[in-house]
Ligand binder design. Structure first.
Ligand SMILES: Cc1cc2nc3c(=O)[nH]c(=O)nc-3n(C[C@H](O)[C@H](O)[C@H](O)COP(=O)(O)OP(=O)(O)OC[C@H]3O[C@@H](n4cnc5c(N)ncnc54)[C@H](O)[C@@H]3O)c2cc1C
Length: 316
């Protein structure tokens, strides 16, 4: 049996940020992740400047490819405009492994399945024991499933279906493009060119909105690929996208139960307007660690619900 003070299930940005802060406060913890790192994660990799502030590092000190945008090219129901906004794009395969490495805690490749409550904490799969358990396993986190009981009656409420691909491409347009509600899509599509010759393209849409329109995400994806071709943004690429689902922030459920705490996508924290989840994952991970070390309540009140204030420069 491996015993520690805190077990973190999931080593994405939420789990890694939690581990980072626990380590800074000299609290023993270990991270269990089912994937070997570096691992890829379907994500556009767009981050707001506040992410670096939360991690207390300068963007210049980030050691991997970082793309800086000073504006976005936006199409909103066909109305086109430039939105000045300083934002960044990272590659998740690099960023997540870097953050976990920065945390410098024990990482064990293990898929957590069975969680038991013990007299003084939690036991995972009969192999790992701790006083605290942090659920950072993303959309289908086993900690959420086992230790919490707040599933909404309608499981598609706030559910976002997404499809994306990141690939090497000799792009000629280095601007970030976003198309909102194009051709009736209940969501948006993106083209994000990245440093080092990568492009990330994808679409995300409300599952309920698609159902109401009697459409599938695939139909919109096919149309989107034709648009990229027509605009000359991506030509001749043999697409092989990944699909993924996650939830936007809803009415805040209780984020902790006993000494079990949820962070990031397991708690459904992505912003309501843009589905930005990396920042909330990191912020919630840091807050959870601070709650564990200080004994103070874990509150989500400081985590932004919307991304647009940052896009408009009203907030970092
Ligand atoms: C297509 C797409 C595009 C997106 N674009 C953006 C964007 O541009 N900007 C942005 O801010 N957000 C974006 N998001 C949202 C963002 O990706 C998530 O909000 C963010 O990854 C949440 O981080 P997390 O650490 O909570 O979860 P994750 O990053 O999902 O990490 C969870 C980790 O838990 C591990 N795990 C899962 N189950 C188990 C288990 N049973 N045992 C052990 N380990 C387990 C997984 O292997 C994974 O490493 C996007 C999402 C999608 C789907």
């Amino acid at each position: 049996m491996i015993r520690t003070e805190v077990i973190i299930v999931g080593g994405g940005p939420a789990g890694a940020a939690c581990a980072l802060r626990l380590k800074q406060k000299n609290v023993d913890c270990l991270v269990l992740d089912r994937s070997p790192f570096p691992r890829s994660k379907p994500c556009a990799g767009w981050i707001t400047p506040g992410v670096f502030d939360l991690l207390q590092i300068q963007s210049e000190d980030y050691p991997h490819s970082l793309t800086r945008f000073e504006s976005f090219k936006i199409s909103l129901r066909g109305f086109k405009f430039h939105l000045p906004a300083r934002q960044y794009a990272i590659r998740r395969i690099e960023f997540d492994a870097w953050l976990l490495h920065l945390a410098d805690v024990t990482l064990i490749q293990h898929q957590a399945e069975t969680i038991e409550k013990t007299s003084n904490g939690y036991r995972v799969d009969g192999q790992f024991e701790a006083k605290y358990l942090v659920g950072a396993g993303g959309t289908h986190c086993p900690v959420r499933r086992t230790c919490f009981s707040f599933e909404p009656a309608d499981k598609s409420q706030g559910l976002i279906l997404a499809k994306e691909e990141e690939f090497r491409y000799a792009f000629s347009d280095d601007r970030c493009h976003l198309w909102f509600f194009e051709e009736g899509l209940p969501g948006y599509s993106w083209y994000v060119p990245k440093a080092g010759g990568w492009v990330n393209v994808g679409i995300g849409a409300s599952a309920a909105g698609l159902r109401a329109r009697g459409k599938t995400l695939n139909e919109f994806w096919e149309r989107y690929l034709k648009k990229l071709e027509k605009l000359g943004l991506v030509r001749g690429h043999p697409f092989s996208p990944s699909g993924y689902s996650y939830y936007l922030r809803s009415k805040t459920p209780t984020p902790s139960s006993g000494n079990a705490i949820l962070v990031g996508d397991s708690l459904r924290l992505a912003t309501k307007d843009m589905g930005e989840g990396i920042r909330a994952a990191i912020q919630s991970g840091l807050l959870a660690a601070e709650s564990i070390t200080s004994g103070k309540a874990y509150s989500l009140a400081s985590i932004p619900r919307y991304s647009f204030p940052s896009l408009l420069g009203l907030r970092k």
